[in-house]
Design a protein around this ligand. Structure first.
Ligand SMILES: Cc1cc2nc3c(=O)[nH]c(=O)nc-3n(C[C@H](O)[C@H](O)[C@H](O)COP(=O)(O)OP(=O)(O)OC[C@H]3O[C@@H](n4cnc5c(N)ncnc54)[C@H](O)[C@@H]3O)c2cc1C
Length: 559
């Protein structure tokens, strides 16, 4: 049997970028990206694919088995992880999408998204270490003092140093208003930071000499709850070379991503500096959120892709009943379902990344605002729906191996275990659903949702398959109206159905992605015709699931 491995689907990635989403046209309209063309983008992605398949993926299984260890108070990552990080830095991959003014490559978020899809698919545990780098750079860029920027930004952008995001405490998980870590200002402008954090990814490791912790904390006399949170930059090594009083007291033993150090951290009167304004810590972190949540959604896509391409290979090799199991109708359908969702999700993830590029770079402020509004609606859907599909897809794929899927050496059981965390961290999927429905659609983002539906409508009228998309658009509009009506009398109603509303919206977006794919296919190209066939399969066999979600929204709204 062929080994469990990752081949980045480069041809499909380029097809989505160039033909389905026509990103090169967008780059032309954005002065910061106008020099980029598809050939260059394809070459960057081909290099990324060589790194992920050649360097990262071979470390995935061994890294899972070896895991991280705490030795004399310091974290040791699995063998090969630190060398892979150095190769990544030497290749110029960190902060790919940071502007050249700050030492980055100035490539679009879109290409960074494709890179992270590959990294997560090949080795999710390792990918946790650079996962927060872009967000940390953005936060510093927009909220850091000139001095902090000068000291930390260049080394973060180059990847010489890495970043950690320290929010969670035992009593403060989804509800960060309960954070107790204290920060006391000193006369020299620094802070004394004291407190304990749990579940901190990459809180300590041996990949870089310094780790820049962005710590959510509370200044003296700060208001209670989330309005009293501030953000502090606390490096593990101080600018004068001394170690800061930042300690890793333990590592969590967990279901998956064993290669990622999940640390119990203690800040013992550690030296730090305020990032952004006092009591505006959450606002400062907000910038990290859209990109970070998109990247977690990409982990779902990466796992789904890894699971489906290996399931397909296995199903053609495994013989039962005198033929490959891939030819059994039930398995054929499972494989096509997985492929359709993976290919549709890819279109959605890349659309989300393109909106981030537009929001950052478009010369017209109105276009920037509209793109940001769409990104803020897409983000919770991509995070929650993408990770749910990643885990569900890994489980469905595992079934293709039968009993062999359940034992360790075939690889899919690691994908299933690794995929599960993405539904929990970076704001649980339940919190994403509430963010979408309660905070955004029933809040001020109603018009932006209407604009998004309007935009999706174009693909419904352009293809014969469009009726399925039209039905979804109507279902979403009706569901939102029903929730609005119900919420007026029963404020709890949206909270009861937020998960279903998000899942319904995810399916609606998939319907659009499949129609847009059918529309983008050029006649006479057999490989592209197969993309259309897969998309049509999704419309016929996966989309009906949406009805359950919309039905439950209507049901609960009527309770
Ligand atoms: C491997 C790993 C890595 C992590 N990395 C980091 C990191 O780098 N930095 C960091 O700061 N944190 C990190 N976390 C923490 C993670 O972000 C939290 O676990 C997550 O935010 C949920 O908090 P909690 O575990 O306390 O669950 P709780 O907040 O206790 O929630 C438990 C359940 O209740 C649900 N729930 C809670 N409130 C509501 C509500 N209002 N409505 C509906 N449902 C609700 C949740 O969705 C969840 O299903 C990590 C966690 C893990 C396991």
């Amino acid at each position: 049997m062929s080994a469990y491995r990752y081949d980045a689907p480069l041809r499909e990635m380029c097809f989505v970028i160039e033909q389905v989403l026509q990103a090169p046209q967008q780059w032309q309209a954005l002065p910061a990206l106008a020099d980029l063309d598809m050939d260059t983008a394809a070459e960057v992605l081909a290099q990324a694919a060589r790194f992920t398949s050649g360097v990262l993926q071979p470390l995935n299984g061994p890294g899972d088995r070896q895991g991280c260890r705490l030795v004399d108070g310091r974290v040791k990552t699995p063998d090969g992880f630190a060398a892979a990080w150095r190769a990544f830095v030497d290749g110029g991959w960190p902060a790919l999408a940071v502007g050249p003014d700050h030492g980055g490559q100035g490539l679009p978020q879109l290409l960074n998204a494709v890179l992270f899809e590959m990294l997560a698919a090949a080795n999710h545990g390792w990918t946790m270490y650079p996962g927060l780098l872009h967000g940390a750079c953005e936060t510093l860029l927009h909220h850091g003092s000139a001095e902090l920027k000068a000291t930390y930004l260049p080394k973060l952008v180059s990847g010489e140093w890495l970043a950690a995001m320290a929010l969670t405490e035992p009593q403060a998980g989804s509800d960060l208003g309960g954070v107790r870590t204290a920060a006391v200002p000193l006369a020299d402008g620094s802070l004394v930071v004291s407190g304990g954090k749990i579940f901190i990814s990459g809180g300590d490791h041996d990949l870089s000499d310094n780790i820049v912790h962005l710590v959510l904390c509370r200044l003296p006399d700060a208001p209670a709850g989330s309005k009293g949170l501030s953000l502090a930059l606390v490096p593990s090594v101080l600018p004068d070379g001394r170690r800061n009083t930042v300690f890793c007291d333990g590592l969590e033993h967990k279901l998956g991503i064993h290669g990622s150090a999940t640390c119990v951290m203690r800040y013992e009167a550690a030296t730090g500096w305020l990032v952004g304004e006092p009591n505006r810590g959450l606002a400062a972190m907000f910038l990290m959120m859209n990109a970070a949540r998109l990247h977690v959604g990409l982990q779902g896509l990466g796992h789904l892709e890894m699971a489906q391409q290996n399931a397909r290979r296995y199903a053609w090799e495994r013989q039962q009943f005198r033929g490959p199991i891939a030819q059994q109708p039930a398995m054929r359908r499972t494989l096509l379902n997985l492929q359709a969702v993976a290919e549709g999700l890819r279109v959605l993830m890349y659309r989300g990344a393109m909106r981030l590029d537009e929001a950052e770079h478009h010369p017209d402020p109105a276009r920037r605002a509209a793109a940001a509004a769409e990104a803020s609606i897409l983000t919770p859907v991509l995070k929650a729906f993408g990770t749910q599909q990643g885990f569900q897809g890994a489980s469905d794929a595992l079934q293709v191996w039968g009993g062999y899927g359940y034992v360790a050496e075939y690889g899919i059981e690691q994908t299933l275990r690794d995929a599960r965390i993405a539904m929990i961290y970076e704001g649980t999927n339940e919190i994403q659903a509430i963010d979408l429905l309660q905070r955004k659609l029933l809040g001020s983002a109603g018009p932006a949702f209407d604009a998004l539906l309007q935009d999706l409508q174009a693909a419904a009228t352009a293809t014969p398959e469009g009726q399925a998309l039209k039905d979804q658009l109507r279902a979403a509009t009706d569901a939102l109206q029903a929730v609005r009506t119900q919420a007026a009398a029963d404020p709890e109603a949206p909270l009861r159905v937020a998960d279903d509303f998000l899942a319904g919206t995810g399916h609606l977006l998939l319907a659009w992605a499949w129609c847009a794919t059918v529309q983008a296919v050029l006649p006479g190209d057999a490989w592209q015709a197969e993309r259309a066939a897969v998309a049509r399969h999704g419309l016929a066999w996966v989309l009906p699931q949406a009805a359950v979600h919309w039905h439950r929204v209507a049901l609960s709204a009527a309770v």
